[in-house]
Structure formats: structure tokens, C-alpha cells
Design a protein around this ligand. Structure first.
Ligand code: AP5
Length: 231
């Protein structure tokens, strides 16, 4: 697919753990040729490389708690200042607290995309509890290319192996039932209120994340086309 070289601005994907943010963020990034910025992926990469940030984040992430705002904000600020963000970027897993959302609002008032100030496009993926549990316990990912699979919903052609590059698939450490329950509690307490925050700004678009992956993608891409045209 040749990416559409248009100005998109910032796209924020909100939703519970397992709601499909990462799955859809990858499609949007590919469709428009803009970066997919996943704070979870950046943190996991820091943990794997044993950086100072990774050392601070590791135990917190393994418990399913949120990494302190100060660490996350420095990390995001560095990433969104990169030249590949000129036409826009997709945020997956950020913002996640009121302080992060307020920081992002301030940042976006100073930031231009191809010379224009653009408000964020915010999508909220709604998925019920039982479906979230199945998605998270069944998730497997490729450590080489980042593709996401699910043993129940999107199994690889050959069990345990990436269709694309043949690497053995891995399960995330925080996808155990005990940690999932902690992550869902923290989501309800700290991140769910952000839906109201953006609803009050008139920027929130609800997406039925429970539909099959291709149908969610179709809804997300058509919403983006429409909203971009209105900008
Ligand atoms: P993070 O990596 O952001 O995890 P998360 O928010 O818990 O979200 P997930 O990645 O688990 O789910 P997703 O919505 O992306 O779903 P996916 O597309 O993979 O964060 C991890 C940790 O890092 C946090 O707990 C925290 O400690 C820290 N952290 C990160 N950001 C932070 C921040 N801003 N502030 C502080 N701390 C932060 O899909 C899930 C599964 O479902 C897959 O198997 C997929 O194949 C399947 N699936 C997807 N869509 C569908 C569909 N429509 N139908 C059927 N199956 C589907």
C-alpha cells in the first residue's frame, strides 16, 4: 500500500488494555505514512535495553501500574519532536492521565503540522470486559516486526510463528490474568475519565471496538478521511 502523503495532525487512540489500539494504530500509520507512537512499546524497548528509564519502569509495568507522568512526558516530548512527525502521528497508550492530557493540549497549541495548527482527532474504542480478557490472554506478538496475533481471533498460519518473518511469537509479561486485572482497574481509575475530558472539548469519536478487526479498521479509516476533510 502506498501511504497517502497528506497532513493528518495528531490522532489519539483511547481505550482499555486490549481494546485494539495497537492493532488499529499500525493500520493508520501505514495508511498515512505517519509514525505510530506507542508509549508501551517505547517503554518495553527501554526495559529490554536496560536503559535508566527501563530500569525505573520495569517493576511498575510488571505490576500493571502506570509509569510516573514525569518519565512518560519526557519520553513523549523527545519522540514527537522528531522530523518524521511533521505531517502527524498516531498516539497509542498516551495520554493516560489528566496530567498527560493537559500536557498534550499545551504542546498542541504550540505545534504546527505542515505549517497549520490542528486539533487532535480522538477515538475511543469500546470493548466489554469478557472480550478484553480473551483478547489479552490470547495475544501473541512478533518480537522482530511487531505484528500482533491472537490465538482465539487472529491465529498465525503456523502455531507460535510469525506469518511475515517466521520469528517465534512471544507473550507479553503483563498479559497474565493477575496483572490484566490490575491494568483494567488502573485504566478505569486513571484513563477512563479522559473520554469525558475530550467529550467536553467536542473532540471525542466513539468506535465500536468489539466488531471484527477489519470492520473496526473500515470505521476508523472512514472517520479519519471525513474528519481530515473538515480540518
Ligand atoms: P501498553 O503497551 O500501552 O498496553 P495497554 O494500554 O494495556 O494496551 P494493550 O497494548 O494491552 O492493548 P491494545 O489496545 O493496544 O490492544 P491490541 O491492539 O494489542 O502499556 C503497557 C504498560 O506500559 C502500562 O500498563 C503502563 O505500565 C505502561 N505505560 C504505557 N503507556 C503509559 C503512559 N502513557 N503512562 C504511564 N504508563 C504507561 O489488541 C489486543 C489483542 O486483541 C491482540 O491479540 C489483537 O490481535 C486482538 N484484537 C485487536 N482487535 C481485535 C478485534 N477487533 N477483534 C478481535 N480481536 C482483536
Amino acid at each position: 500500500m502506498t501511504p497517502k502523503a497528506v497532513t493528518v495532525g495528531s490522532v489519539i487512540l483511547l481505550g482499555a488494555p486490549g481494546a485494539g489500539k495497537g492493532t488499529q494504530a499500525k493500520v493508520i500509520a501505514q495508511q498515512y505514512g505517519i509514525p505510530h507512537i506507542s508509549t508501551g512499546d517505547i517503554l518495553r524497548d527501554n526495559v529490554a535495553r536496560g536503559t535508566d528509564l527501563g530500569k525505573k519502569a520495569k517493576a511498575i509495568m510488571e505490576k500493571g501500574e502506570l509509569v510516573p507522568d514525569t518519565l512518560v512526558l519526557d519520553m513523549v516530548e523527545d519522540r514527537v519532536d522528531c522530523p518524521d512527525c511533521d505531517r502527524g502521528f498516531v498516539l497509542d497508550g498516551f495520554p493516560r492521565t489528566a496530567a498527560q492530557a493537559e500536557w498534550l493540549d499545551r504542546f498542541l497549541t504550540t505545534r504546527t503540522f505542515a505549517g497549520r495548527h490542528l486539533p487532535p482527532i480522538v477515538m475511543n474504542f469500546q470493548v466489554g470486559y469478557n472480550q478484553l480478557l480473551q483478547r489479552l490472554t490470547g495475544r501473541r506478538s512478533c518480537p522482530t516486526c511487531g505484528r500482533i496475533y491472537n490465538v482465539y481471533f487472529q491465529p498465525p498460519r503456523r502455531e507460535g510463528v510469525c506469518d511475515f518473518d517466521g520469528a517465534p511469537l512471544i507473550q507479553r509479561k503483563d498479559d497474565s490474568e493477575e496483572v490484566i486485572s490490575e491494568r483494567l482497574k488502573n485504566y478505569e481509575r486513571q484513563t477512563l475519565p479522559l473520554a469525558d475530558y475530550y467529550r467536553r472539548q467536542g473532540r471525542l469519536y466513539e468506535v465500536n471496538g468489539e466488531l471484527p478487526r477489519e470492520q473496526v479498521t473500515a470505521e476508523v479509516l472512514s472517520l479519519l478521511e471525513r474528519l481530515r476533510g473538515e480540518q
